[in-house]
Design a protein around this ligand. Structure first.
Ligand code: THU
Length: 130
């Protein structure tokens, strides 16, 4: 699956975003090591802190199915500009796919690609639990 194809799937996933508060839709498409794709959208809550970002929705949905090895994730936002993953999502991405690719797409500026490790320098991991 190409990065462009994954971005297109993230755009489809964005349609399900539940965003009555921010009106800012985010979609994510996560490719696992078996070649299957897991979709995620942001899901907001009247208690704002209970909101779940699109990236974590995709990751947690996959992990709930028993899948823990991932290759890359594409993320898009309804603004058409980049959706830069929040700090919590960077930590969760770092847990499951530290060297996986994070593809951020902007309609006008194109794709930016990072590893989760690049997005979370000196990140905390299970190796630190000693
Ligand atoms: N959001 C995401 O889902 N992913 C990001 O990468 C950035 C922010 C969501 C959370 C909230 O529903 C809305 O965008 C505005 O912050």
């Amino acid at each position: 699956m190409t990065d462009i194809e994954l971005v297109e799937l993230a755009k489809k996933a964005m349609e399900n975003a539940y965003v009555p508060y921010s009106k800012f839709k985010v979609g994510a498409a996560l490719l696992d090591k078996n070649g299957d794709v897991h979709l995620g959208c942001n899901i907001e809550n009247a208690a704002y802190g209970a909101t779940n970002c699109a990236e974590r929705t995709a990751l947690f949905s996959a992990v709930a199915k028993g899948i823990k090895e991932f290759e890359k994730i594409a993320v898009v936002a309804s603004s058409g500009d980049y959706a830069s993953p929040c700090g919590i999502c960077r930590q969760v991405l770092f847990e499951f796919m530290p060297d996986g690719k994070v593809i951020l797409d902007s309609n006008e500026k194109g794709m930016k690609v990072f590893t989760a490790r690049e997005l979370l320098p000196f990140g905390f991991s299970s190796a630190d639990l000693k």
